[in-house]
Design a protein around this ligand. Structure first.
Ligand code: FE2
Length: 391
């Protein structure tokens, strides 16, 4: 336990000077280049990355070059002879902000270390929309909209939830395509610390919940079976000063919770704990990932971590998106939020791939060889009945 110092090792990611472009058809499929030619796909691989020049696209692996012809807000593609490129849809393509590195490079890092940072993978337009919802950074003087569910206020939150590279990495890491969001993604704001309030202690995330005073935690090491990947989206820039999350990077391989003497969440939320024991461990054996706004931090949910301490004078916004294999019971019922999105204006702004992926992530169903695959949701009357204290 320490007092007001913050001596964690900083792992810093500066803003990248290059990022790839994703070439996206109207239905959301990606234009991929292989030695066999071009094709449209929903599959993430290195083949969907393009280098964008002023008037052209070049495929980094095949060397294929396509000329860009503006068509309203979209782009038509021509080969070098001026003929429409094969796969070139009449409705054209959107050119979307892509990752700094190849998916395969991120996967190597993730599998080796149990964490990876997709530096600045969200476009500035997405980041600005998230700031507007959060009322931080460029929108710090705005009042939050409490009348409309956060997930229905802007398509940006769903687009972040279905960001394709981080989902592909999560599926690969958990060794199953059947993954779900354990809860509805929401933007949280860490407000400036007042020097006295309870702070989050060290813990492992859902479903492990090691270090947390919760029922239903995973009782034994899970080994090669990975039961959760957390995706943190940095809406505000992540710095130590502004309360970036602290980690013990690599601790997932220990397959056990953090030590009590680091100050675990089970203890630090107890009234009076901070005054008596000080802050949770914040020394050099811990790590803080510092990254630009729009970055995604992916980590094995066994990794010990805790919220940072915001020593700045403004809020620091982030989105947590815990993804779990479909065989894990969700942390909360996501069905009402999913249904609300389908009834809102947000849904029509999503392309077919985004709509399908969001449904896959948010709708929990019984799995197995026998149908029907009923949707799993909460039961209001039974919930009320169980909440009634028994005599
Ligand atoms: Fe956590």
């Amino acid at each position: 336990m320490t007092d007001q110092t913050s001596d964690e090792r900083a792992v810093r990611f500066g803003r990248p000077t290059h990022h790839y472009t994703l070439v996206v058809a109207e239905d959301g499929r990606f234009l991929a280049g292989t030695d066999g030619g071009l094709h449209l796909t929903t599959e993430v691989s290195d083949a969907i990355l393009w280098d964008q020049g002023p008037n052209s696209l070049t495929h980094p692996d095949t060397g294929a070059r396509l000329n860009l012809v503006a068509s309203g807000e979209r782009w038509l593609l021509e080969d070098e002879t001026g003929m429409p490129a094969s796969c070139s849809a009449a409705t054209g393509f959107a050119l979307e902000h892509g990752p700094e590195h190849r998916p395969s490079e991120y996967l190597d890092h993730f599998l080796t270390h149990g964490w990876v940072v997709l530096n600045s993978i969200m476009s500035d337009g997405i980041v600005e929309s998230l700031e507007r919802i959060a009322c931080t950074d460029r929108y710090k003087d705005r009042e939050p909209n409490r009348d409309v569910r956060q997930i229905c206020q802007d398509p940006a939150l769903v687009r972040v939830a279905v960001e394709p590279i981080s989902l592909w990495l999560s599926r690969q890491y958990m060794q199953t395509d059947e993954i779900r969001l354990a809860h509805t993604p929401g933007i949280g704001v860490l407000t400036p610390d007042d020097g006295a309030r309870a702070v989050q202690g060290w813990h492992s995330d859902y479903p492990y919940h090691w270090g947390i005073n919760a029922a239903g935690k995973v009782p034994t090491p899970s080994g090669r079976t990975v039961m959760g990947v957390q995706r943190i989206v940095c809406v505000s820039e992540y710095t130590k000063h502004r309360g970036a999350t602290a980690f013990k990077l690599g601790s997932h391989v220990l397959d056990a919770g953090p030590p009590d003497d680091w100050g675990v969440a089970r203890d630090t939320y107890r009234p009076g704990h901070r005054a008596e024991h000080g802050l949770p461990y914040s020394g050099p054996d811990a790590d803080v990932i510092e990254a630009p706004a729009g970055s995604v931090i992916l980590f094995d949910t066994r990794t010990w971590h805790r919220a940072g301490l915001n020593r700045s004078n403004e809020g620091r916004a982030a989105i947590l998106m815990d993804t779990t294999p479909a065989y894990i019971i969700p942390y909360s019922d996501t069905s009402a939020d999913f249904h609300a999105v389908t009834e809102s204006d947000v849904h029509a702004e999503l392309n077919a791939r985004e709509q399908h992926e969001f449904q896959e992530l948010m709708v929990h169903r019984f799995l197995g060889p026998a149908g029907p695959r009923s949707v799993i949701g909460t039961h209001a009357e039974l919930t009320r009945r169980l909440d009634t204290p028994r005599p």
